[in-house]
Design a protein around this ligand. Structure first.
Ligand code: UD1
Length: 416
């Protein structure tokens, strides 16, 4: 098992060029299968989840070449429409391939998805919508088998604005017969990135970024070149890493307009922020202030993905903060580990009450999921003494070269 060893207490100051967004690159790579040609995707972060996605593409018969942060996908000889169990278990977002494969092959077989252990994570909304579009779905022996002689557009209402379900419907709808309208669609910036990519391929998608998305089916898509948007969750994690250590940081290649709720919380905690078009400069005080209440919500609300790294900030802030997790029911797994480091946190159902302490202490802790792992890194940077974090494979799912970015900004961090 990989380890990160962090000697806390150094100010995190400097400049970080933010990586491409994991949650945008995964559906966009899946979408490449819908065109018969060579797609060139720029700004692809080097992450385990991206590697797994390219492996899925290869197993389907595509040729994938990575050169630095550019991934080229040649789908001309794609021959398979089945994603095997081992890959589906490792990465829940492989479910995004369902809409794309069924669109190209009129048939798709995937096993029930796995992923970070942060909650139940059902896919009922995905399947209900696909059935509505004419897909016959059989769930047998842990596999989902889908057939469609043709896909038909229609009005689809989502009971919850699920990111993955919205993406899957968009993918299935772009080449469907007629027009599809998704109401109560997710509005996340990554949905906008997918919509822009699909439109560049020749799709007719409008309304992305609002809760009603309209997709007029087209006959054919073409392969294109596209640059992935910056990762807003990684950006906010580095802001947190600097804020907890009283540092001064500048992020480049970032979209502050996508980060409103997170930047609002940071400024309430006492940091000074300057936002320009693709740049954020942050100066943190010696000690942060507590935040009254943080409620995770679908975009443009406060993202569930940054709840845990910001809880590390609250753990050392002056005063008491409350976090309410509304999206995933099991996303407080970092709490026990932060408590080992001296944090004072009480969890009651979906709420966590965090009483800020004067200092945290280094300890041996375990990352149990991606963002919870990032929260431990943030806390360790400010803790006294040495923290050893195991379970780093979770952190590597979403953060490219985290130890390099942080050590370039003054952190004492190394792989153990
Ligand atoms: C995506 C992101 C993840 C983020 C999450 C919420 C990717 C690869 N992952 O995950 O980082 O934390 O959005 O912003 O983009 N739900 C159902 N039925 C469904 C689908 C979802 O009940 O069919 C529920 C889930 O259990 C959860 C909520 O809806 O409680 C949100 O899930 P969803 O928005 O679908 O998240 P993901 O797309 O899995």
């Amino acid at each position: 098992m990989g380890k990160l060893v962090i000697d806390g207490g150094e100010r995190i100051s400097g400049e970080i060029c933010v990586q491409g967004a994991k949650n945008a690159v995964l559906p966009i790579l899946a979408a490449t299968v819908m065109a018969d040609g060579i797609s060139v995707i720029q700004n692809c972060p080097k992450l385990r989840d991206v590697d797994k996605t390219t492996l899925v593409l290869e197993r389907l018969g595509s040729k994938v070449v990575r050169d630095g942060n550019t991934v080229t996908v040649d789908t001309r000889d794609m021959y398979d429409c089945e994603i095997c169990e081992d890959l589906m278990r490792e990465m829940r977002s492989s479910i995004i391939f369902l809409g794309a494969i069924i669109s190209r092959c009129k048939k798709a077989v995937v096993s029930m998805p796995g992923g970070c252990p942060i909650g139940l994570r059902p896919i009922d909304l995905h399947l209900k919508a696909l059935r509505q579009m004419g897909v016959e779905i059989r769930e047998e022996h842990g596999y989902i088998k889908c057939y469609a002689s043709k896909l038909t557009g229609g009005n689809i209402h989502l009971d919850f604005p699920s990111v993955g379900a919205t993406e899957n419907i968009m993918l299935a709808a772009v080449c469907a017969d007629g027009t599809t309208t998704i109401s109560n669609a997710a509005r996340e910036p990554e949905i906008v990135d997918l919509g822009n990519f699909l439109n560049k391929m020749g799709a007719r998608v409008s309304g992305v970024g609002t809760s009603v998305i309209t997709i007029e089916g087209v006959k054919k898509l073409q392969s294109v070149e596209y640059t992935i948007m910056p990762d807003r969750i990684v950006a906010a994690t580095y802001l947190a890493a600097s804020a907890i250590t009283g540092g001064e940081i500048c992020l480049t290649k970032v979209n502050p307009q996508d980060m409103g709720a997170m930047l609002h919380v940071l400024s309430e905690m006492g940091v000074r922020l300057r936002c320009e078009k693709d740049r954020i400069t942050q100066l943190a005080p010696k000690r942060l202030k507590s935040i009254h209440t943080v409620r995770t919500m679908p975009y443009p609300g406060f993202p569930t993905d940054i709840q845990s790294p910001f809880m590390s900030l609250a753990a050392m802030a002056k005063g008491t903060s409350v976090f309410i997790e509304n999206i995933f029911e099991n996303r407080f797994q970092h709490v026990d580990e932060l408590t080992r480091m001296g944090a004072d946190i009480k969890v009651e159902g979906r709420s966590a009450v965090v009483r800020g302490v004067n200092s945290l202490e280094g300890a041996n802790v375990v990352a149990r999921e991606l963002r919870g792992g990032a929260a431990l890194v943030v806390a360790a940077l400010a803790a006294s003494g040495t923290t050893v974090i195991t379970g780093t494979e979770f952190i590597d799912r979403g953060y490219e070269n985290i130890e390099k970015y942080l050590s370039d900004c003054g952190a004492k961090i190394r792989r153990g």
